[in-house]
Design a protein around this ligand. Structure first.
Ligand SMILES: Nc1ncnc2c1ncn2[C@@H]1O[C@H](COP(=O)(O)OP(=O)(O)O)[C@@H](O)[C@H]1O
Ligand SMILES: [Mg+2]
Length: 248
């Protein structure tokens, strides 16, 4: 029997990615054939800000994220993503983990990064509590653990803009709650500007500095939850009811 590989933790390396990017979207229109999905949408996000994006299914939330990631071309308008120091790195995390099944956790995290970044990949994996699973394959991990690997992969690229598309939608309630706590800690550490698409209003109100609601292809609501984080549920109730009314 061979001994389990020893994982040596790197010296503490900060996950801090420098300043978060600023996002400037002006009069953005996206059409798929005759279907206008985003219409004259304007949105400014400050460096380090965390914005939750809510709205009905099919309302263009994923499309907005894909445009910001440069994955979907837009028909009209301007999109600028800026960072003070250099070209802003943008990373997307989707609802499904999109890990490569034939690679272990650490290889998934560091895929596309230079070899020199392996130690940092391990730091990211340690950040999501999975340093001891570096060699574990995705099929040997639970759904929640796979999403943590996917999150570590996004963070290992030191994004200045982190785009999360319903990242916890497929997880059970308990796992989701622990992912919320983890995400808050990691975002505090990295300082990345974050857009979080979610259908869960509680998640939006708990994690974000700002909640925008997309309707008719534009920003129909733009609200800021009152108290500083961590937030008390009762204090959020009026805002929650208001947004729920707008969603229905
Ligand atoms: N690549 C595409 N080609 C054609 N239509 C698309 C494409 N991507 C999205 N759509 C359409 O755009 C609309 C918005 O989709 P999406 O942005 O995924 O909404 P949401 O994420 O809010 O549920 C839907 O009607 C969807 O069918
Ligand atoms: Mg979507």
């Amino acid at each position: 029997m061979t001994a389990a590989p020893v994982v040596r933790l790197p010296a503490p390396v900060s996950l801090r990615a420098g300043d978060g990017a600023s996002v400037h979207v002006q009069n953005l229109t996206v059409k798929f054939g005759a279907n206008t999905v985003l219409s004259d949408l304007t949105l400014d996000v400050a460096p380090g800000e965390r914005v939750a994006v809510v709205g009905a299914s099919g309302g263009g939330k994923t499309t907005l994220l894909r445009v910001l990631a440069g994955l979907t071309p837009h028909s009209a308008g301007q999109v600028q993503i800026r960072q003070a120091s250099d070209t802003a790195r943008v990373r997307v995390m989707f609802q499904e983990d999109r890990l490569l099944p034939w690679l272990g956790a650490l290889d998934n995290v560091t895929l596309g990064l230079p070899r020199t970044e392996r130690a940092f990949g391990l730091t990211a994996l340690a950040g999501v509590g999975l340093a001891d699973r570096a060699d574990t394959y995705p099929h040997e991990l639970s759904g929640g653990q796979r999403q943590r690997v996917a999150l570590a992969r996004a963070l290992a690229h030191r994004p200045a803009l982190l785009l999360l598309d319903e990242p916890f939608g497929a997880l059970d309630a308990l796992t989701r709650a622990s992912m919320h706590t983890l995400l808050e800690t990691l975002l505090d550490e990295t300082g990345a500007t974050t857009l979080l698409v979610t259908h869960d209003l509680d998640e939006a109100l708990k994690l974000a500095d700002r909640v925008i609601l997309l309707r008719g292809g534009e920003v129909a609501e733009d609200v800021r939850p009152p108290a500083p984080r961590p937030r008390d549920r009762t204090a959020l109730e009026p805002l929650r009811r208001h947004l729920e009314g707008q969603l229905l």
